[in-house]
Structures are given as C-alpha cells and as structure tokens.
Ligand binder design. Structure first.
Ligand code: SAH
Length: 497
C-alpha cells in the first residue's frame, strides 16, 4: 500500500488541505511528530494506530529509524499517513523519507502543506512580500551552529535584500543577527518572532535585528527579518476570544456547531459531553401513538430540536399532521423542523416557554388541543400556561437525557480545571456537569444560554457570569465575546506554561 507524506499545515486545523483530511479519514496508521495538534489526530478513525516519532528538541533525531518504520508500515499493506508539520519538503526531512521509500520500492505520494514560514507571519499580521518593502523572501534554517556557519552565507543573504524567514533559529538568534548585520543589514531592521503560529495561543514578539539576541524568544518560533515585519495586520489577534479555553457540555453529536463558533472566535473549545439524548422510557410507544393521531390536534409544540428529530420520523406521511399548526421555541428548533420541510407557524420573540405561552393564540370556542412532545424532565410553565389559557394539553415523552458512557476522561477533567470558561445550554447540562465533574472542576467563568439554565446553575451554587441575551448558540458566543471585551480580552497561557 501507499505511504502518504502529508503536510499537516502550521497548526490551525482549518489550514489542512482537503486531500490531507481525506487521507487522514481513512488512515490505518498515522506517524506524526511532537508538534502535531491533537485536533488533527482526531481526524483519523479511532481504530487507527497513532505512532508518535516525536523529535524532542536537543535529542539526536533517529531519522533512519523513522525511515525504516515507514518502509515496514508501507509493506504491511496498510494505509500509512506520515503527517509532517507545515509542508513535508520544507525542512521536514520529507525528502529523505521519500528517498528511503523510493529505494525500498514502496509506493508513496506527497501531499504538500501550508508552510509555517508563510502562514505563521500571516497570522501575526505580516505578509512576507509587500509592494515597496520586499520583492523576495528566503526561508533558511538556523538549526545547527556548525551547519549554520558552514552552509549558510548569512552575509550574502543580508546583501541579497528581501525578507529573511528563519525556521528553527531561536537558539542561535543572536549569532544570526550579528552575521546579518556584518553583511550590512541595519540594526534597526524590524524583526517578528511568532511562536505557536496560527494557534489560539500564538505568541508574537516584535523587535529589531540589533535587539534580537537580547529579547526573550521561546522555540518553536518562526522569525521574520525585514521591513515587512513593521506591518501589523492584526486580523487574527483581534479575534474576540483568542486563546480562551472553553468547555462545551452538550450531548455528543450536538456540540459541533458551538465548538466551531467558539473556534472561529479564536477560542480553544473542547467538547466534554455530560448528557446524552436517549429514547423515551416506554420505548417510544406513546410518542408513536400520538404521532399517528397528530391530525386530531390544533397545535403541535416543540421546545427542542431533539423532540423534533424524535417525533417527525414517526409520521408515516407528511400529511399526517393534517391541519395542525406547529410551534417552535426558537430558531434551532425551527431549523430542525425545516429539515423535515415544515415551516413553524409560531416562534416567540424570546426563546423561552413564558414567551411562547404569551404569544400563543386563544383556543377556539369549541375547545382546542395541543400536543407537546418533549423531554421526560421539563418545566411545567408551558403546559400549565396553555391550560390556564383554556387549551387541552397532552404531554408525551419524546426523549430522555442520560449520562454519556463512558463519561469524561481524566484528561478532559484536568483540561477543564485549566479552562477559562464553561458553557451550559440547558439545565440538564448544569446537573450533568455537577454530577460527572463536580463544582471543583468548574472553570472560573460560567456562561448560560438563557435565564432558565442560569437559574438552575445559580440554584446549584454556581456563580453565573454570562447569560445570553438571545437564547441561541450564536447569542451565547456573542455574550461570551462581550464579556471577554469587558475583561480586556484576557488571553489564555500557552500549553507548556
Ligand atoms: N515543514 C515545516 C517546518 C519544519 S521545521 C513547515 O513547512 O512549516 C520546524 C520549525 O518550523 C520550527 O522550529 C519553527 O521554526 C517552525 N514552525 C513550525 N510550526 C510553527 C508554528 N506553528 N509557528 C511558528 N513556527 C513554526
């Protein structure tokens, strides 16, 4: 089988190529380096073997061993993905691995990646070329002191002009600066150093060539030397939740949208599900019965997308709803209805039961019936409110919330203890969290989707800092962003601190 030498990009999982994602998804073996982010490894099937050939800085690299491993794995007939940071052929020793496979007669393919030499500066606000400032850029290694002196003509590089991008050069930065200045580069030349580029905990140091040896820069970092480094196109650093670590507690399969929104805002979000959505206790008998006579109701009211997804597939025919009107508590529920080609007749202005009751029409003179398929455990505001308005209300269990098996791992809980914030999207997530993780593991900032969830959290002794004004995922992220702005956008520390 083929060994794929795949560029993993600089870190941001969004910078993986489509081809790389496709190959990861069907890998049997993933051979990766120390700097590979966990999110990328998650793209491989759970059953895939993951081999860390982590090259710790300072330890001698056994490239021969890695080559032999790739040859053997390739011969075993499995789909082997050799995942390499950035681009495999830019200081990645990908060429050597390809040669070894070539010599052994093992089929291989190369999937180029986005190199950190260009991407890390871009996320730090610096284009490596810029009209009027630099018409070329050179990517050079600053790794081995001997090789550095013997193989890189720094003075000539200095004279050649253009931007100089140095990879693996942090340890020798003072020496590199001295040589570039000896070649004629001005000590005032702007320098940018980016550590963990394209990641939410990206660190940026701005200095000058003359100062480079004295300022603190920690590896792994990309250094950019040249006039372009004075530019600061701060699109990434302005992300409202940059570096925030946020726990998402939704059920498995329902967390993705919130995790994605948080990531777009710059946060590192981790899904730690504390509830699971399960079928009704009676196996769905009552729900199926009511679905079969849905046309006998004037209204069917849904208070969650979960109820929609349990109820609608039970209709044998879309017309089984007859003339019954349909209400949705909020936009996510309405969207779930639309997936079944049903447009909600009523969505209240604010997405809480009280408002749904207030915006509900009065029953007809001859009496009216409402079907309410919903969670086993829920508040009584809706049925009671509708009943006191004169409606006959039938409540039927559509689903139950349980605890996911297995629960959060020790690693999840340790991560949560270090996190900046936690999000709760329903009272059940509050109770689930306190049961499986406990108050002691709760991050300092608690954000709730609405007043009902907030009240539950407060009643369980949590201090609620953020309550979304609009009770949706979008509203929740917006409220967190506003809180971050209020706190001056505090950044989370990098993972090795
Ligand atoms: N093949 C890789 C480079 C491998 S050399 C690529 O194309 O990106 C490893 C060096 O790359 C590190 O020492 C550091 O200088 C740089 N580097 C890799 N990832 C980085 C990141 N996310 N931010 C900044 N520099 C990075």
């Amino acid at each position: 089988m083929t060994v794929y030498l795949v560029g993993a990009g600089p870190g941001d999982p969004g910078l993986l190529t489509v081809r790389a994602a496709e190959l990861l998804a069907r890998a049997d073996v993933v051979v990766h380096d120390r700097l590979t982010s966990a999110e990328l490894l998650e793209l491989a099937p759970p059953s895939a073997e993951r081999v860390d050939v982590g090259k710790q800085p300072g330890t001698p690299v056994d490239q021969g061993g890695i080559n032999r491993l790739l040859v053997e794995a390739g011969r075993s007939g499995r789909c082997v993905v050799r995942l390499k940071g950035g681009d495999p052929f830019v200081f990645g020793r990908g060429g050597e691995e390809a040669l070894a496979l070539e010599e052994a007669g093992v089929a291989y393919e190369v999937v180029p990646g986005i190199t950190s030499a260009v991407a890390a500066p871009a996320y730090a606000g610096v284009p490596v070329t810029h009209r009027g400032l630099a018409t070329s850029f050179t990517v050079v290694t600053g790794h081995h002191r001997q090789a550095l002196d013997a193989e890189v003509d720094w003075e000539a590089l200095a004279r050649a002009g253009g931007t100089i991008v140095v990879l693996m050069g942090v340890a020798h930065r003072g020496h590199i600066a001295t040589r570039l200045m000896a070649g004629g580069r001005d000590p005032g030349t702007p320098v940018l150093a980016v550590r963990w580029g394209t990641r939410p905990f990206q660190e940026v140091v701005r200095t000058t060539l003359g100062q480079l040896g004295q300022v603190e820069v920690k590896p792994p970092a990309t250094m950019v030397i040249g006039a372009v480094s004075a530019l600061d196109l701060g699109w990434y650093s302005r992300r409202p939740l940059l570096g925030w670590r946020v726990v998402v507690t939704r059920a498995p399969g329902q967390a993705a949208a919130l995790v994605a929104r948080l990531a777009e805002a710059g946060a590192v979000a981790r899904s730690i599900p504390v509830i699971s959505i399960e079928g009704p206790a009676d196996g769905g008998v009552a729900l199926a019965r009511e679905a079969g006579r849905a046309r006998e109701y004037h209204w069917v009211v849904f208070t969650s997308a979960n109820a929609v997804r349990r109820f609608l597939p039970l209709l044998r025919d879309a017309r089984d709803l007859g003339a019954a009107k349909v209400a949705a508590i909020g936009p996510a529920t309405a969207k779930a209805l639309e997936e079944h080609r049903i447009v909600a007749d009523l969505v209240p202005g604010t997405y809480v039961a009280e408002d749904l009751v207030a915006s509900f029409p009065p029953p007809p003179q001859a009496g009216g019936r409402v079907l309410l398929p919903r969670a086993a455990v829920a508040r009584d505001v809706l049925p009671e409110g509708l009943r006191s308005a004169g409606w006959e209300v039938v409540v039927v269990e559509a689903y139950r919330t349980g605890r996911p098996q297995p629960g959060p791992s020790a690693d999840d809980l340790a991560w949560a203890r270090q996190a900046d914030a936690i999000t709760f999207t329903a009272p059940s997530t509050v109770n689930g969290w306190l049961e499986v993780a406990g108050r002691e593991a709760t991050p300092p900032l608690v954000a709730c989707i609405g007043p009902v969830t907030a009240a539950e959290a407060a009643s369980r002794g949590l201090h609620v800092d953020v309550v979304a004004g609009s009770h949706t995922i979008t509203g929740l992220v917006a409220a967190l962003e506003a809180e971050a702005a209020r706190r001056g956008g505090r950044r989370g520390p990098s993972p090795d601190r």
